[in-house]
Design a protein around this ligand. Sequence first.
Ligand SMILES: Cc1cc2nc3c(=O)[nH]c(=O)nc-3n(C[C@H](O)[C@H](O)[C@H](O)COP(=O)(O)O)c2cc1C
Length: 192
Amino acid sequence: MKVINILGSPRKKGTSARIAEAFTDSVAKHGAEVEHFYLNGLMYRGCQGCEICHSKKDHCILEDDLTPVLEAMRTADVTVFSSPVYYSDISGQFKTFFDRTYSLLDVNYEQETTISSRLPEGKTAIFILTQGDVEEKHTDIIERYRPFFDLHGYALKTIRAAALASGRPDEDVSVAQAEAARMAENLMSIEK
Ligand SMILES: Cc1cc2nc3c(=O)[nH]c(=O)nc-3n(C[C@H](O)[C@H](O)[C@H](O)COP(=O)(O)O)c2cc1C
């Protein structure tokens, strides 16, 4: 099984990264191949809206540090997406990356209903969000991004951790880490 871990927080050892790590450590222990992408360390531009990926090409024409990330999404069985909540949304690094996955959609503008994914079927997405506010806040974020996961045919699993002090990347997220490790165990046992 191939797992990719796309980190949307600039804090490499922050709350969302440590929850993602609990998942990837667990799958790796069971023999999965894991690749990590730290978005904040990559140089990339946002989607240019040129639509060339839907007319002349089957991929994004921008060539930058996101190119291998988008390619890895095609072959990964499981993709871990993690982000802190910034101003009631995902981080800017993460949103800019998300927009570029537009090139992984096949859009046929000639026929109204033909939007499909260029990703092969049967993939799982783990979407991790961490926040300073209480649990009841920002519940809309997962719902607002659900169309992305649905369009690409991902089976979506989500993990949230709330009420984390902003200046504390070392906040206790052990409950969410345990949930992530359990999720990993379940996935790997289905695989066997
Ligand atoms: C620029 C910025 C904006 C933030 N905005 C929010 C917010 O709107 N709501 C919230 O609950 N927490 C907010 N936070 C707090 C972070 O979501 C929280 O500290 C989270 O645990 C950080 O995740 P990380 O450790 O993975 O970086 C914000 C933090 C920063 C730095």
